[in-house]
Design a protein around this ligand. Structure first.
Ligand SMILES: NC(=O)c1ccc[n+]([C@@H]2O[C@H](COP(=O)([O-])OP(=O)(O)OC[C@H]3O[C@@H](n4cnc5c(N)ncnc54)[C@H](O)[C@@H]3O)[C@@H](O)[C@H]2O)c1
Length: 271
């Protein structure tokens, strides 16, 4: 890639677990675009070791951090600034996990200890991250922070379960912190609402294949692949999007604004 949109920029990328991870694609694209960054994931995920291949390819250091632990985030931010040689210009939060989904609990039978954990990992962690950066004044003026979300924050997808609440909270934190960080430092904070994508987290949702295929049929452009999401993240981290903040940005091939498609009409026409 020749555009080098992120040349000279320093970043932190959360959530690359394996090559299917959206964060993995983002890391590769940021590297191609000239950025330097650190990679981070939960210590337990690092033990799987796959991230080391990505780190080598991107010439990036890996720093373990559980997003629910303040001390881990503090260490991550300090170490990243040390390694990269200055304040951070961009951050990708690509983290999500629901114990109720994992354990197959229905939405009408949630375990609340699990739900606390889900909200902590998938949503409050975004506030925790932003607040840690705020207190350390770790993000450069006009820096850009993006978290990944899903349209279940606005519409009901029965098997997405409590992750719908987590995504609503995540998007709200982007709006609220976006205000404070914008006022203080011109830092922008946004969420990107991505199409269903075949990843470890995505395919853990019951009936995922069906709503992947349904979304693909509805969207005029078809589902947006992870690689295209990564391109969008690069654009959001670049200086070409400096006045976009507090937004939930749909990256879904048009799904969110389409009522019905001809293929779906054809399928149900004879009912
Ligand atoms: N796959 C989809 O269909 C889809 C669609 C829209 C949005 N998203 C969102 O994209 C983001 C990335 O998910 P993905 O689909 O690439 O799946 P993924 O499973 O590859 O990524 C999820 C990541 O969260 C990390 N994580 C979990 N608990 C953590 C903790 N306590 N501390 C630090 N990291 C932790 C995992 O290790 C993993 O790397 C998530 O926020 C997800 O909700 C996914």
């Amino acid at each position: 890639m020749s555009h080098q949109l992120l040349k000279g920029k320093r970043g932190i990328i959360f959530g690359a677990l394996n090559p299917q991870s959206i964060a993995w694609q983002v890391a590769e694209k940021c590297h191609e675009a000239g950025a330097t960054f650190t990679l981070t994931n939960a210590p337990i995920a690092l033990r799987m070791g796959e991230i080391n291949a990505l780190a080598e390819k991107c010439n990036a250091e890996v720093i373990g951090a559980d997003v629910t632990v303040d001390a881990d985030l503090e260490n991550l931010i300090d170490r990243s600034m040390e390694i990269l040689g200055g304040k951070i210009d961009f951050i990708l939060h690509s983290v999500g996990m629901s114990l109720n989904v994992r354990k197959g609990r229905a939405y009408t039978d949630l375990n609340y200890d699990f739900m606390h954990k889900t909200l902590d990992i998938s949503a409050m962690s975004f506030h925790r991250l932003l607040q840690t950066c705020w207190k350390k004044d770790a993000i450069s003026d006009w820096g850009s922070v993006v978290a990944l979300t899903y349209i279940a924050a606005q519409r009901t997808f029965p098997d997405y379960n409590e992750m719908a609440e987590a995504k609503s909270l995540l998007e709200s934190i982007a709006r609220s912190f976006g205000y404070h960080y914008g006022k203080a430092k011109n830092v922008r904070v946004n969420t990107i609402s991505q199409s269903p994508t075949m990843t470890t987290a995505g395919s853990g949702v019951k009936g995922f294949d069906a709503f992947f295929n349904y979304a693909d049929e509805i969207s005029p452009l078809g589902n947006a692949p992870a690689e295209a999401c990564a391109d969008y993240c690069v654009a959001m981290f670049s200086d070409l999007t400096r006045y976009v903040t507090q937004q939930n940005l749909f990256h879904d091939g048009g799904y969110s604004f389409t009522g019905v498609s001809q293929n779906v009409i054809n399928t149900f026409g004879s009912k």
